[in-house]
Write a protein that binds this ligand. Structure first.
Ligand SMILES: [Zn+2]
Length: 402
């Protein structure tokens, strides 16, 4: 049993305490102790460096990588998606992200390949797909009458995702749980990257959402909602959905409701910006998608800024997949831009994200008995504006990621 010790680093432990200089000892994949003057068999000198818990990203898609061309999925052999996902998972871990919530795409085999040690990658909760109504954000029907291949296409490990009516909803949630979903993902409004949905329309009626949450709760699962439209957000909160993803049009009433219900907001600030950046880089982004991204970006920042100001629980999420993987920590700077302090940003990216995922007893803080997921950053500035470039060492379950 090797005891690895990080010495004299400036430690942000995720509990809400101010960062302080100290040592961390890890053994058997867990944190054994945090303090000063600690020793171990191997040590890494962290003087002048910042240490945080492994970073969480509560919204990623490993079956895409910031490429919007219709030809990408059309020309890819079926099984290539899994090999591509493996490389993206590794890139994400190398970026300092040790835990993710997969918001549609990865199936149980992808998750288990990591758990078996075949593929390095973040710890993962999976949703398999995104439930949508006919014509909703997850409906890949095109005006030509065909279906555009994409990251959530049905296959034996990834159930079909279009649901209408409460009875179908019961069966569908049970199918997802059977196929390995840790969390149920749905779209309670239209979205940006679906050509035929309108992000300002609410999707699913209350009886459908109630059936979804009831079935998910009975199976011990939370529900996460892609929700951009104001009504779609409110319907989701009222139904007891645990997190609002994106939250582009939050009005004061929606914010009040989130505070009341304890609903989390996963902003994904870099996602609409990423769509626009991709087009600027010359990527093949359909006009209908690009125009929607341009239309939402300012409203999105304004909404999230007000939610932050009001004290809504914020959990870090990027929608990586819509943007390229491995740039996850850009989101931290975007959060700070909207008024969060570095301590708030890092809490949202560690302990609060762990609470959202229901795993705060295992990961998200640096305390004895917790999983030894740790990131060491160059320089000890308590500043989140350029953390992505400062990642030096990523440790997951006590092992240093090469
Ligand atoms: Zn997403």
């Amino acid at each position: 049993m090797t005891r690895l010790v990080l010495t004299n680093g400036r430690i942000f432990d995720g509990t809400g305490a101010d960062p302080a200089v100290g040592d961390i000892v890890m053994e058997d994949g867990l944190i054994a102790d945090v303090g000063s003057g600690l020793d171990g068999d191997e040590s890494i000198d962290c003087r002048g460096k910042l240490i945080t818990p492994g970073i969480f990203d509560c919204h990623v898609h490993f079956m895409a990588d910031g490429d919007f061309s219709p030809n990408t999925h059309l020309n890819a052999p079926f099984s290539l998606q899994f090999y591509l996902a493996a490389e993206r998972m590794q890139r994400t871990l190398a970026a300092g992200v040790t835990t993710v919530r997969e918001a549609g795409g990865a199936d149980l085999g992808v998750k288990e390949a990591r758990e078996l040690g075949l593929i390095p990658g973040p710890r993962m909760q999976i949703s398999l797909t995104m439930l949508s109504q006919t014509g909703g954000h997850g409906d890949s029907w095109e005006v030509c009458g065909g279906f555009m291949p994409g990251m959530m296409d049905e296959h034996p490990g990834r159930p079909h995702n279009i649901v209408d009516g409460p009875e179908e909803m019961r069966r569908k949630v049970r199918e997802l749980v059977r196929a390995g979903a840790d969390v149920i993902k749905c779209a309670t409004s239209g979205g940006v990257i679906s050509p035929r949905s309108n992000p300002s329309h609410a999707h699913f009626r209350d009886d459908e959402l109630d059936a979804m949450v009831a079935e998910a709760s009975a199976a011990g699962r939370h529900v996460m909602a892609h929700a951009q439209a104001t009504d779609g957000i409110k319907n989701a909160i009222r139904a007891g959905i645990r997190s609002i993803e994106h939250g582009i049009w939050l009005d004061d009433e929606a914010i009040e409701m989130m505070l009341e219900a304890g609903t989390y907001l996963v902003p994904t600030l870099i996602a609409p910006m990423g769509v626009i950046d991709a087009a600027d880089r010359g990527a093949d982004v359909a006009d209908v998608i690009l125009n929607k991204a341009r239309a939402v970006v300012e409203d999105h920042q304004e909404s999230v800024g007000r939610a932050i100001g009001a004290g809504v629980k914020i959990a870090m999420g990027t929608d990586s997949g819509v943007t390229p993987h491995g740039e996850n920590l850009r989101e931290l700077a975007a959060m700070a831009n909207l008024g969060m302090t570095p301590g708030q940003v890092l809490a949202s990216s560690t302990s609060i994200a762990a609470e959202l995922m229901g795993i705060e007893d295992e990961v998200g803080t640096l305390q004895p008995g917790m999983a030894a997921d740790v990131v060491v950053f160059a320089g000890d500035d308590f500043d989140v504006t350029n953390l992505g470039a400062r990642v030096e060492t990523v440790i997951q379950a006590g092992s240093v990621h090469p």
